[in-house]
Write a protein that binds this ligand. Structure first.
Ligand SMILES: Nc1nc2c(ncn2[C@@H]2O[C@H](COP(=O)(O)OP(=O)(O)OP(=O)(O)O)[C@@H](O)[C@H]2O)c(=O)[nH]1
Ligand SMILES: [Mg+2]
Length: 470
């Protein structure tokens, strides 16, 4: 409950992980009293009821005061006004309370308290139902918060600050935990809900790690091929053009794999509305310089990890020319070293050209570039971090990301793999090397999965806005 535009629907959206609830900056968005279950393991464990807010709070308060000896004021009010069209909204609002629901009042703590607010607090107190107040803060003005705390503490069993746009998983759990304090009878149900939430969260993290491992394996075995009749290749320019097409095709295939993995992860964390500002690293092209600079390992880390894993590709252009023996090596080398598929001075993948029976078979892949898998891994973890921490009530809010010093100026990367230990780097590099060869279920794969799970667990609680550049 609460004023129009206090953020009621946003709180419900965040707590129930439902980003399809109508939320808008205009007041009066919610026009009916709607039920939103919290579903865990396909089972509704509790229900939130979103409301349009009081229409005639002073009339209700007056009636409550005149009938103060009624044991169940909400029920009595509904019984007395159920047929009165003037009060149909207020009855819809009080009906769940009459039926036993607890009350959560949502207020915008960035605004000054008005008389109407005091009226609502008082009438909710008179219902004598278990009640909690949530201090939302819509515009980051905190000077009125202490006054709200004082006023709310007088009429509510519990008063909590909760930011519907920024609340993390941990804060959602804490709020559910706090609901226990307002009515002891709810304790077993809430304990079960919280337990189910925790288990579910672990499962989502594991499912995301599986998605990520699979992405790495798919990306590192991807190969694109083209067969052309020798007679159709009349010049080196044509050979160059084919190579260019193959590089574009390989990049496109890798982008597609990333998109599919992202969709999976989004699904694990129940996000449907998903807009990224153009400034987000996640909105940039996977093969852009910006992404490569911000993510992945530093040169020295890469060299050490690569040496341990017997990396296929160092700083030089790696050109396989299996079976090919004519004078285009320099040319092809030149092409690969140009604008095409180069990451950190090394080609993305090996080009292989074989000539048999009047045809030339061009194939590019799998990726041999040692930087690329770390960049890809960092980016998909970044994506998971956003999926885990983007409150559902925030939807596609177009607010500005907080100002921060560009990481470039700080001279640091913004990914996650960089901060891992050299041991972990080696493990990952060995997993990548094995994946490239199509090996399944190696010990390094299992260890890499654990590394990823640990990173994801660590991301569940921190405020990542600044880091991700949302
Ligand atoms: N910055 C910020 N904005 C918020 C927060 N919570 C809600 N808002 C914004 O406040 C506006 C109103 O939010 P709603 O959730 O629709 O509010 P409501 O109380 O359901 O409004 P009605 O249904 O019209 O009564 C929207 O523009 C939200 O994006 C918050 O925690 N931080
Ligand atoms: Mg609403």
């Amino acid at each position: 409950m609460g004023h129009p535009n206090a953020g009621k629907s946003s709180v419900v959206a965040t707590l129930t992980e439902n980003d399809r609830i109508a939320i808008d900056k205009r007041a009066g968005t919610t026009t009916t009293t709607d039920e939103y279950p919290v579903i865990i393991d396909g089972r509704p464990v509790m229900m939130f009821v979103d409301t349009p807010g009081f229409q005639n709070p002073s009339d209700i308060l007056e009636w409550f005061q005149a009938h103060a000896d009624e044991p169940d004021l909400a029920g009595a009010f509904v019984a007395a006004h159920g047929d009165d069209p003037m009060f149909s909204h207020d009855c819809a609002l009080l009906r769940p309370v009459a039926e036993g629901a607890g009350i959560i009042l949502v207020v915008d703590g960035s605004k000054r308290i008005k008389e109407k607010d005091r009226t609502e607090m008082e009438l909710l107190r008179l219902t004598a139902r278990p009640r909690m107040a949530i201090l939302n803060n819509l515009s980051n003005i905190s000077k009125h918060m202490p006054a709200w705390q004082d006023a709310l503490n007088k009429s509510f069993n519990s008063v909590r600050e909760f930011n519907a746009h920024r609340a993390t998983y941990a804060e959602r759990l804490a709020l559910l935990g706090a609901l226990k304090a307002i009515d002891q009878r709810w304790e077993p149900m809430l304990d079960e809900t919280i337990r189910a939430f925790r288990d579910d969260w672990s499962r989502r993290i594991e499912a995301s790690a599986d998605t990520i491992i699979q992405l790495m394996k798919d990306a590192l075995t991807k190969r694109v091929t083209r067969i052309v009749k020798v007679d159709d290749i009349k010049s080196d320019d044509q050979r160059e053009a084919i190579q260019r097409q193959l590089t574009e095709a390989l990049q496109q295939a890798l982008r597609q794999l990333e998109v599919e993995a992202q969709q999976d992860i989004r699904g694990h964390f129940r996000h449907n509305v998903w807009d990224l500002p153009a400034t987000s690293l996640l909105a940039k092209d996977l093969f852009s310089e910006e992404v490569e600079e911000a993510l992945g390992l530093r040169q020295r880390q890469l060299a050490m990890a690569g040496a341990a894993a017997g990396a296929v590709s160092g700083g030089a252009i790696d050109l396989g020319l299996g079976g090919l023996a004519f004078g285009t090596v320099a040319l092809i080398g030149g092409v690969v070293g140009g604008a095409l598929g180069v990451l950190g001075g090394a080609a993305l993948a090996k080009l292989d050209i074989q000539r048999t029976l009047g045809v030339e078979r061009f194939s590019l892949g799998p990726v041999t570039n040692s930087r690329f898998p770390f960049v890809l891994l960092d980016r998909v973890i970044l994506y998971a971090a956003r999926a885990m921490n983007w409150a559902h009530g925030r939807q596609a809010a177009d607010e500005q990301a907080p100002n921060r010093v560009p990481d470039k100026e700080l001279g640091r990367k913004r990914g996650f793999t960089e901060s891992l230990t050299p041991d972990d780097h080696r493990t990952l590099a060995k997993f990548f090397a094995a994946a490239r060869k199509g090996k399944e279920d190696t010990p390094h794969e299992e260890q890499s999965r654990e590394i990823i799970i640990n990173i994801l667990r660590g991301l569940s609680t921190s405020d990542l806005d600044a880091r991700i550049g949302l």
